[in-house]
Design a protein around this ligand. Structure first.
Ligand code: ADP
Length: 177
């Protein structure tokens, strides 16, 4: 089931919230900063423990990593790194789609029944909201359809698009009508 809400993702009592992180995974601005502030310093420590795959990179663009949610109402934080938008012709759509797919797969592996996404890459990383939302909705719909076909998991996952602005919520609502 897909839900669209407008609000602050750090307040949601879901199994997992997704963080639009950077490759270092040690906090930053936007939703990343808000999540680290709300989760408390334990989150920073947990992120430090995530092994680097190369110097300064804990999570390459398009991949995802999971930590506990600590002081957040959410059980887990799934950190994913969206692409920096240039012109859409440098692999950005594929990278953004991979963020959604990998975050959803990690949520399923960890038994999550509910997950909330921010509008990944559409802040400082500059991805146009209409294009990013189309990819987000497509990937979530594909995931939910595949999961329904899988006889072993009869239970539906609740996927929330948590939009910070009313305008973003309108874009998502139009796409999911
Ligand atoms: P990126 O670097 O991936 O672009 P940003 O954090 O700059 O990440 O922005 C991603 C989206 O998260 C933007 O739409 C921004 O408005 C939104 N955002 C910022 N703070 C919050 C929050 N507390 N809850 C939900 N969304 C948020």
């Amino acid at each position: 089931m897909i839900k669209i809400i407008q609000g602050d993702i750090t307040t949601l009592a879901v199994d997992a919230i997704v963080n639009a992180a950077n490759q270092m995974m040690l906090g930053g601005g936007g939703v990343d900063g808000a999540i680290h502030r709300a989760a408390g310093p334990e989150l920073y420590k947990a992120c430090l423990k995530v092994p680097e795959v190369r110097p300064g990179v804990r999570c390459p663009t398009g991949e995802a990593r999971i930590t506990p949610g600590f002081r957040l109402p959410a059980k887990f934080v799934i950190h994913t790194v969206g692409p920096v938008y240039r012109d859409g012709l440098h692999g950005e759509p594929e990278k953004l789609a991979a963020c959604y797919r990998n975050a959803l797969a990690l949520a399923a592996e960890n038994g999550c029944k509910s997950i909330a996404f921010p509008c990944i890459s559409t802040g400082v990383y500059g991805y146009p909201i209409e294009d990013a939302a189309k990819i987000a909705v497509r990937e979530v719909k594909n995931f939910l359809t595949q999961r329904r076909r899988d006889a072993e998991c009869a239970e539906e996952m609740e996927v929330i698009f948590c939009c910070f602005s009313a305008r973003d919520a309108v874009v998502y609502r139009q796409l999911t009508l």
